[in-house]
Design a protein. Structure first.
Lengths: 323, 515, 273
């Protein structure tokens, strides 16, 4: 296959996948719409309670909000309106704050992205050396120790890890602030909490990938060629070992989103998870749909990135790409 | 090829690390600033609308109302310097205080105040005023009512009626920017969580001692506790009552308690067969160990209610009423007398109706659920089955709307405006009130009494009307207080001069100094 | 008899731990020495004593009894969730691998779609709207968990159906049902079992996370996550009380994780040999 042709195929794949991602995201948002409206109870009343506060909410307030926000229109009209605005790139306004949904998502999304990136990088900063080392000396003391560590962390719910870290570092040792988002010091505990819950699953994946590659035929061949074991791994192993690791890293995405809900609540961190939970309680339909759109799209983009990385690591796979 | 790949791979990695570092450490310079008063509360600044978040604007002293209330309950002039009512009790004249400035430097004119008030009169909480017309007369705002309305000044304390500058409203009729008159002005808003404030040097009254303040919303109670234990704020309002010993023990902050006219009340659907008999409602009240709940759950024995309202509201607290009794044997006798007999499962029944109910509570006030579970165990002793169901805040109005409400427990302030009758009317005179009685036949009597009360300007007559209303509510128990509210405020060692306003209108931050 | 003992010796230790936990889940409420919902407001947050081996909670309930009675709610519900999700996934996965391109695409694309939706949020959504309780948890976690089983089933079943002996069986005139039962189901189940074992652990964590967020089962249900949530304000006075539900969650998820790994290793060894 020529380079030009390969690039061409690649571009087509990417475009198609992005299109698919957008369609998936719109479908997910539509599901959110259907879901919220299927649930029992008066939507306007929920919105009203979230807006004016529990104590002030009256049926009159709910009626005013129903009128003002057009919640009394037929559902199909409301949905059509949303789809029409979406085509223009407009996600509407939050029923709770009156701010554009795009603005809300951007504000909270930036916090989540920041926390997610740092937590995720931190997790690989911990998991990569440990996993690779364990993979090189299977059954060795490091392997056994990291195994215990990974299994222990995998058996602890995120909120327990968070409570433990806060109790130790914020409340007992007083090294770090217990909650907030204003300074980098505030980021440490939530990021470490997230990283630890990710490490639990990435260590064994990395270890097994390394182990498998080391046992592979081409490594033996490289050794026969006269390369030292580390050199052989550097030249041939990393790339192959990275393939399953990359696939897995993308799969961690959904898990990360779940983790955010707990972490953001515990640390009073204004991320997307917190926004979504609040929106769910307030039945803030435009925000819920917008968040569904963003989550669905990011999931698709993350898996696309993972696929592209895999292609880059193993160009032979391009032949197998089926669109 | 390989070489090139390696290069790009390395640079991609470097880029990713750089991006993450930049994203992660945007604010290394923002270390703990000295001289900033850090205030935290559970309340998020969700929007700019006074009907939604006006309480934060008045509490953080950003915006002010025409009339204000002092912590001792006196009504004092806010933006209105003084007021008077005509002899026919229908025309109120509010003289606008001279020299009051909005935060944008423009003076508060009578027209601006009238325009702002006109917008707020359409809000639900202000609709109780029987407004005839609102006009201006020089430096005076003239409000005519259709019928005499004796507590008009008190209603004008309502946060929904804060006076904002004309420039506050955008073209769509919504508040785009809060330009108030209070001692603090907003300098920045960060999402829903943080409001940055600075002292307003043009303020007409007592100027704040601190130059800057910051309000942080911490909705989660456990997180508020953690922050208080770590001492990471200067004042934290509404800490979780059960965490008080823990916060005090940590030594960073001290929790101050003040009984306020906010209650944790239990309301019955008096239309249900199990609750239509006043003897059943009374027996339930007698089976509840209010003192035990107050000391174990709320950790403050003094917060056990003895009647509807606490002595902090001398006008609405009748010391001659007998305190709520805790008497399980008496409660059982009352139920026997009312014809409820115990079944095989220990639950009483009468005419095929089980003495059972679902108690709805609000999950964002966690102590209510704990109190509910405590009551569940206590009511078992009199043969009543209680199913506690915490739900989102709108669950109670939703249940009332749907007609499924049986019993509820919630927190309710009786001083949304500093005249309790403004809460009695919506809560005790309607067939279906959201935060009060439901299908209670006694509402007609309260309605007659409160109608007279509203129209009366005779203080001694009003006092006797108050006593009558309190007596009916105390004896019939369509709603009964379980505990009064202790306003719990965690205060940092470096804070001096904090005054707690039992009306929760203002946080009185202008009096605070920092060490 | 001897053979049975020998076979039982071959089981990994984690399976035994699991069996013990299952025993607690079934017998827990019977083993509980006191009524898990009986309160004593005069004896709140008391240290362990001969009467309350693990102390009392914030309304004077016996922690030991609550932890034991909580097992069916935390562990049992998790098993139910995963059983339901793996059943759904199995059925849909088999249907996908046995049907035309269209149905297959519909099932597998919806599986992909649901994978994008975080499970905890889904349960949150339902719990927030329907009020706490078993149903939102079951439905939400089921919706979130079935795709992974469907994908696994589809992958394994499609692989098996292409194999020579299945082709042979088909040519020999065996009905689809027999082929499915005899040739497809065993390897599929072998693949799903470790996944489901791990899944129960994840479900326990999700259920307790919801309990921790105050959106799980209704009080006074002694669910472990809800217990942690209730006891958190009293952390400094009640470390032991707090540790009890934490350790139960940890022990359950740990033994499930180990058992899942052991099962996976066994299946792998089995398929190689």
């Amino acid at each position: 296959m020529s380079v030009a042709k390969a690039t061409n195929t690649m571009l087509r794949v990417i475009l198609l996948r992005v299109g698919q991602a957008l369609a998936t995201a719109a479908l997910l948002a539509s599901l959110c719409f259907a879901f919220v409206h299927m649930l029992p109870g008066d939507l306007a009343l929920r919105v009203a309670a979230a807006r004016v506060g529990d104590e002030r909410v009256t049926p009159e307030t709910a009626d005013r909000i129903r009128r003002e926000e057009g919640l009394d229109r037929p559902l199909i009209v409301q949905y059509g309106q949303w789809m029409k605005s979406l085509a223009r790139g407009d996600l509407g306004r939050s029923l709770l704050s009156g701010k554009p949904v795009v603005q809300e998502l951007a504000y909270h999304g930036a916090f989540t992205l920041q926390l997610g990136l740092i937590g995720w990088l931190l997790s690989y900063l911990i998991a990569l050396p440990l996993g690779v080392f364990a993979g090189f000396r299977p059954g060795g003391i490091v392997d056994r120790a990291t195994d215990v560590l990974a299994v222990t962390l995998a058996s602890l719910p995120t909120f327990l890890v968070g409570i433990g870290l806060v109790t130790l570092f914020a409340l007992t040792l007083r090294w770090l602030p217990p909650a907030g988002f204003r300074t980098s010091a505030h980021m440490v505990l939530p990021a470490v909490t997230l990283a630890l819950s990710l490490v639990a699953f990435s260590i064994p994946i990395i270890r097994n990938a390394v182990l498998e590659v080391r046992a592979a035929f081409f490594m033996t061949y490289a050794r026969v060629k006269g390369l030292s074991p580390p050199a052989a791994f550097r030249h041939h192993g990393i790339r192959n070992a990275a393939i399953p690791v990359v696939t897995f890293a993308a799969l961690q995405f959904a898990f990360v989103i779940d983790g955010f809900v707990v972490i953001e609540t515990l640390f009073n961190y204004p991320g997307l998870g917190e926004l979504l939970v609040k929106a769910l309680i307030a039945r803030d339909v435009p925000v819920i749909m917008g968040a569904g759109l963003v989550i669905g799209f990011s999931f698709a983009i993350v898996s696309l990135t993972a696929d592209l990385l895999r292609l880059w690591l193993d160009p032979r796979a391009l032949e197998a790409v089926r669109v | 090829m390989i070489h090139k790949l390696a290069l790009t791979r390395r640079s991609a990695l470097a880029l990713a690390v750089c991006a993450a570092t930049l994203a992660g450490f945007p604010s290394l310079v923002q270390a703990q600033e000295a001289g900033v008063l850090r205030v935290a509360s559970p309340w998020e600044y969700t929007s700019n609308e006074p009907t939604d978040t006006g309480f934060l604007m008045t509490r953080m002293q950003i915006a002010e109302t025409l009339v204000m209330v002092e912590p001792d309950g006196r009504l004092v002039g806010g933006i209105a310097e003084s007021w008077s009512v005509s002899d026919d009790k229908l025309t109120w004249r509010f003289k606008i205080r001279p020299g009051v400035l909005f935060h944008d430097g423009t003076p508060v004119t009578t027209e601006a105040a009238a325009a702002s008030l006109r917008r707020s009169l359409s809000g639900e909480s202000m609709q109780q005023i029987p407004v005839d017309q609102l006009t201006t007369d020089g430096d005076t705002l003239v409000l005519k009512t259709k019928t005499p309305f004796s507590h008009l000044p008190a209603v004008l304390v309502d946060y929904a009626s804060v006076v904002l500058a004309p420039a506050s409203w955008g073209a769509d009729g919504k508040v785009s920017k809060v330009i108030g008159t209070g001692p603090f002005r907003i300098t920045a808003i960060d999402g829903k969580n943080v409001i940055e404030l600075a002292r307003f040097d043009g303020y007409w009254g007592e100027k704040p001692k601190v130059a800057r303040a910051r309000h942080t919303a911490i909705p989660n109670g456990d997180t508020r506790t953690n922050v208080a234990v770590a001492g990471d704020q200067d004042i934290i309002f509404t800490t979780v009552p059960s965490a008080t010993p823990r916060i005090d023990a940590a030594g960073q902050m001290k929790v101050v308690n003040l009984t306020i006219p906010r209650l944790r009340v239990m309301a019955f659907n008096s239309g249900l067969p199990q609750f239509s008999d006043v003897r059943v409602r009374r027996a339930i009240s007698m089976a509840i160990d209010r003192k035990g709940i107050a000391s174990a759950v709320l950790r403050h024995p003094g917060s056990a209610a003895t009647q509807l309202l606490p002595a902090a509201l001398p006008d609405w607290h009748d010391a001659t009423l007998s305190a709520y009794a805790f008497d399980v044997a008496g409660a059982n006798a009352l139920l026997d007398q009312a014809g409820w007999t115990r079944g095989a499962d220990g639950v009483r029944t009468k005419d095929g109706v089980r003495l059972a109910a679902t108690l709805l509570t609000i999950s964002n006030r966690p102590e209510l659920t704990v109190m509910g579970t405590a009551m569940q165990a206590q009511l078992k002793a009199i043969g009543m089955e209680l199913n506690v169901e915490p739900g989102p805040s709108a669950a109670i109005p939703a249940a009332i709307q749907a007609g499924t409400m049986q019993m509820t427990m919630f927190a309710r302030t009786y001083v949304n405006v500093p005249e309790v009758v403004a809460t009695i009317i919506p809560d005790f005179t309607r067939e279906r009130s959201t935060w009060g009685t439901l299908n209670w036949p006694g509402r007609a009597r309260i309605k007659a009494l409160s109608d007279e009360y509203v129209q009366s300007f005779d203080e001694s007559r009003k006092a006797s009307l108050r006593r009558e209303m309190l007596k009916i509510i105390h004896e019939e128990m369509p709603v009964t207080a379980v505990s009064w509210f202790e306003h719990t405020v965690a205060v940092n060692k470096r804070v001096k001069g904090l005054v707690i306003d039992p009306f929760e209108m203002r946080y009185m931050l202008h009096k605070v100094t920092l060490d | 008899m001897n053979r049975v003992v020998k076979r039982m010796r071959q089981f990994p230790k984690s399976i035994w731990a699991l069996a013990a936990l299952a025993g607690i889940a079934v017998l827990g409420p019977v083993l509980a020495p006191l009524d898990p919902t009986a309160q004593d407001l005069l004896r709140v947050m008391e240290a362990p004593s001969s009467q309350n081996w693990l102390g009392t909670d914030h309304v004077g309930r016996d922690i030991l009894s609550r932890v034991l009675s909580g097992a069916p709610h935390s562990l049992g519900l998790a098993v139910l969730c995963v059983a339901l999700a793996s059943g759904t996934g199995l059925a849909l996965g088999l249907a996908a691998s046995n049907s035309g391109a269209f149905l297959r695409a519909v099932i597998m694309r919806s599986a992909d779609l649901m994978l994008a939706f975080p499970g905890l949020l889904l349960a949150l959504l339902l719990a927030g709207f329907l009020g706490g309780g078993i149903w939102p948890l079951l439905i939400g976690l089921n919706l979130a968990l079935w795709p992974q089983y469907a994908r696994m089933t589809e992958a394994v079943a499609t692989g098996v159906l292409r194999q020579g002996h299945v082709e042979a069986a088909r040519l020999a005139g065996f009905p689809e049902r027999v082929i499915l039962l005899r040739h497809v189901l065993p390897p599929v189940l072998r693949a799903i079992l470790p996944l489901a074992t791990l899944g129960v652990g994840q479900a326990i964590m999700s259920i307790s996370a919801l309990g921790f967020l105050g959106l799980g089962l209704k009080p006074p249900t002694p669910e472990w996550g809800a217990m942690i949530n209730e006891l958190l304000p009293f952390l400094s006075e009640g470390l032991i009380q707090m540790a009890a539900p934490c350790l139960m969650i940890f022990a359950c998820v740990l033994s499930l994780t180990l058992a899942g790994r052991a099962l996976a290793a066994r299946m792998e060894a089995g398929s190689d040999g």
